[in-house]
Ligand binder design. Sequence first.
Ligand SMILES: *Cc1c(COP(=O)(O)O)cnc(C)c1O
Length: 225
Amino acid sequence: MRARLAAAAASAGRAPDEVALLAVSKTWPAAAVREAAAAGQRAFGENYVQEGVAKVEALRGLGLEWHFIGPLQSNKTRAVANAFDWVHSIDRLKIAERLSAQRDVHLPPLNVCIQVNVSGEASKSGVAPDAAAALAHAVAALPRLRLRGLMCIPEPSDDPALLRARFAVLRRLQERLVGEGLALDTLSMGMSHDIEAAVAEGATIVRVGTAIFGGRRPLAASESA
Ligand SMILES: *Cc1c(COP(=O)(O)O)cnc(C)c1O
């Protein structure tokens, strides 16, 4: 995966260290995270609150960086606010307000990204592109959060031109927000099947699960609701 990422960066004319690799360990046990950590991987992504918090707690001694990347309901924000270092999936102000209010004062501000729906009708999660700027400015004003950038999950496609067009929507939105004075340094985009298109459009974090760990395991019944 690291070689593939370096090749993607090189063909985009970018340095390999401009793109961070987030290993998405959802559905994999703590032992799999330990193995990846032993191979030098530091940043891990989780989608499900209960499973993710349990892994963070089980692996606390390893000094890893934890990113919450899944949908977040308001009754589960407290656990996420205090177990994770990043949340990529902010798409409503209410969730951001709760995370800010619940983040422990002894912890540094929680890094967050706004999830943008770059695929219109074809995808349900994320704020619409034309509502993203207002949400970004409101989130940037919250005291215990640090708005780092934008995240997207385009609809699955084998068409590199379509994927690049989707990722470009996120990049242009980021450029606009930086022009409006927000200090954003993160474009969280690209997954196992599309990191090349994402890196070509400026991704700074790619979120990769299957290509590192293999196909996903069945969810615990408690997480599938
Ligand atoms: C599962 C997931 C990923 C990783 O997807 P792969 O195709 O397994 O690489 C990345 N981002 C989000 C938000 C996910 O839910």
